[in-house]
Design a protein around this ligand. Structure first.
Ligand SMILES: [Zn+2]
Length: 301
């Protein structure tokens, strides 16, 4: 594992926010990098920059190993959760159009598109939407539905001659090696006046503060923990004009939610699973908003 400087201000002075829970085994486990990984509570040391307050995993896995893990990742649970994701992404799209207007044939790139659920929802709404995704499995799944998904990252050669009206990053920025350079790359792939939408967990939220060590988003695959202050600062540093931030919820199937509760508290989780099963509520999707996810909208001047 490597020690890294603060991605926001470059300083290397930090205090420990959450000690490592890896118990000496620092092996990178590809399964832990699945989007639906249940490896809650397992994470490297998480620190806060003393200069700017940015929170990040340090030391952490080699960047090449992280990308290799994301290229190899397969996630059947996520594919099964398609209905819940469709509801969530439809809601994300509605919220987005409220802020930046309807498609009108505009182009959109979804970064970290995974199996392409947002790309599909956006295309259905008239966006000329593309996805880019490192997971070969995810790309295969998306292409099987006829979606234009490019395998790789924003740096893929196929993207370098393209320019987009909108770039979206849903639950992606907390996973990447170098968020500031990804934001700068997004800036260069946007047309002047284009909009970037970044959605991630909020380490400064009341939920995160109350739960402390037990906040479920503290996990292996999350290496950056933003708050509104640090994410907007980083987006400004990348050249963007931030024009909206706020919390957004998601839809989860009750059956799935119960299994996630188990990751938090096994007794409570088993009880929840039994109740959901008894009442045949597994496939009922409900809106969930713990206030610990947020979205930032910004424009390339
Ligand atoms: Zn810093």
């Amino acid at each position: 594992m490597n020690y890294v400087n603060c991605n926001l201000c470059g300083a290397d002075e930090w205090v420990v926010r959450f000690p490592s829970t890896l118990n000496g085994s620092a092996d990178l486990d590809v399964d832990a990098f699945r989007c639906t990984s249940a490896s809650y509570g397992r994470h490297p040391q998480i620190v806060a920059c003393q200069q700017c307050g940015y929170v990040y995993a340090n030391p952490r896995w080699e960047s090449a190993d992280v990308l290799t893990a994301y290229t190899a990742v397969e996630d059947a649970t996520y594919a099964e959760e398609r209905t819940g994701r469709e509801l969530t992404f439809s809601k994300h799209l509605r919220d987005m159009e409220q802020r930046i207007g309807p498609a009108n044939g505009r182009s959109l790139l979804d970064v970290g598109a995974y199996i392409g659920v947002f790309v599909e929802v956006a295309r259905d709404a008239g966006w000329n939407a593309y996805g880019v995704e490192p997971s070969r499995w995810g790309v295969r799944m998306g292409r099987a539905r006829g979606l234009p998904i490019i395998q790789g990252t924003q740096h893929s050669p196929a993207l370098q001659n393209m320019a987009f009206d909108v770039i979206t990053m849903w639950d992606v920025i907390e996973h990447v090696d170098d968020p500031l350079s990804e934001l700068r790359k997004a800036y260069s792939l946007l047309k002047p006046g284009g909009v970037i939408v970044v959605h991630t967990m909020n380490i400064d939220s009341v939920t995160a503060r109350l739960m402390g060590e037990r906040w479920p988003w503290l996990m292996d695959m999350h290496i950056h923990y933003f708050g509104r202050k640090t994410l907007t600062a980083m987006m400004r540093k990348a050249g963007f004009d931030v024009f909206w931030t706020g919390t957004q919820g998601r839809y989860l199937r009750l059956g799935y939610l119960a299994t996630r509760v188990r990751g938090l508290h096994s007794g409570l989780g088993q009880l929840a699973e039994r109740i959901v099963k008894r009442l045949h509520l597994e496939s009922v999707a409900i809106p969930v908003n713990f206030g610990d996810l947020f979205t930032v909208y910004a424009r390339r001047p």
